[in-house]
Design a protein around this ligand. Sequence first.
Ligand code: KIV
Ligand code: ZN
Length: 539
Amino acid sequence: MGIWCKNMDNQSERIIIFDTTLRDGEQSPGATLNVDEKLTIAKALARLGVDIIEAGFPYSSPGDFEAVQKIANLVGTQEGPTICALARATTSDIKTAAEALKPTHKKRIHTFLATSDIHLEYKLKKTRADVLAIVPEMVAYAKSLVDDVEFSPEDAGRSDPEFLYQVLESAIKAGATTVNIPDTVGYTTPGEYGALIKGIRENVPNIDQAIISVHGHNDLGLAVANFLEAVKNGARQLECTINGIGERAGNAALEELVMALHVRRQYFNPFLGRAKESTEPLTGIDTKQIYKVSRLVSSLTGMVVQPNKAIVGANAFAHESGIHQDGVLKNPLTYEIINAESIGLTNNQLVLGKLSGRNAFRNRLKEIGYELSEQDLNKAFVRFKEVADKKKEITDRDLEAIISDEIQQPPELFKLELVQVSCGDHASPTATVVLRDAEGKELTDAAIGTGPVDAVYKAINRVIDIPNELIEFSVQSVTAGIDAMGEVTIRLRHKGSIYSGYAANTDIIVAAAKAYLNALNRLCAVTNNQANSDLQNIY
Ligand code: KIV
Ligand code: ZN
């Protein structure tokens, strides 16, 4: 097996983490990211320690091409992760992927073709013989452009295993060094998926020349369980996304896989040829970065993390019942299997306050993993002072919300200059907004609504006349306390597409206004780029 599977220190096997947040994750409805946002996430993934970043599907749109190229250039350094680009099994897709990956140090082309009869008959209108001819030809073509080639038989979970073995053998013979086994529709159960991986190991004659990877969707909520069963049967690469985002019900969640392998190391060690008691990590992930990256992906994609989500949900470490609280106070081991600090949640509540200076601010940001340019630091510091004037204690979570709101945002076509609301139980909620457009022109309007948020959104709609339907509105407090900042995440629909928006502020009406503008700014940016992209949803 290739060097990727080996831990350099003692040559035992380890699990490769292949992150596809920027490719499959971005296929979540409404999770569209712009190039700079993708770059921000790619940098965070590199700090997290993922082995491979699937940065996008360059042939699908000029925006995806540019994002892959930029990530390849700025994150694909000698010490950085491998950067991977997706391509259908066609020469034009593969050539474009190779082109986008050019600037990177370690590059991989991931090419795929469906193998299930249902996909062959209805989607591709191809025969099994066609697939057996196309796969080696296209893998060989990819191999002529890059050394590292991954092949995926799409819908492998519903493919005839005997046919799958033949396709995989031909792909490996043509140069694929990783063969990925997608459960594209999230149909298999852990026992079946484990058996499929075992069958591949036992029946593909040249399987020792490739790493077995797994990719799976969460339609039945089984993706993580399937992967762990696959690891026990020989899979060594896991394709996953932060917060489990992705097509339909999403992909297997990186944080769940990594923490399962971390917390239950002793259970998994023997399957990787290690002594049961070995304390050597099973993945290269710096688990302390997990919470931060989860927050970043949630705020940039607008995909809210459900409170009871394993590992990164707001309630994941909260003990509500008296019996549990009593037990945890006596000994945390009674009800806690994971130490919150291991995913980067700190107990450090009071971090900074109104009197804290620029240096203390910069140092704390650095400690929690943000290194900002001077310009961004200045912007964030001004915002910090505004928040500190209203809120006595600024915690790490507040700092993260400030960074998400102030720095990690797309360029603003429309900027909020003022929002003013009058409401109450004996008043008609009335809002006035002042926006500034890209040319610097001030645009003012006012409206009456059923409540303050409705009034603000109606006033904004009178300025920016883009018909849309608000389909989700969520407010969460960043920390406990009456003076807490509120985070607003919204999703709106325009012509069948979903756009998300995020903002944080101590005033939730201001956060609501900014989140709405954030979504409208994304909508405008995408609409402007749409002419370039006629290849959305092509498979
Ligand atoms: O789900 C799937 O089959 C995919 C492939 C492109 C790997 O995303
Ligand atoms: Zn997928």
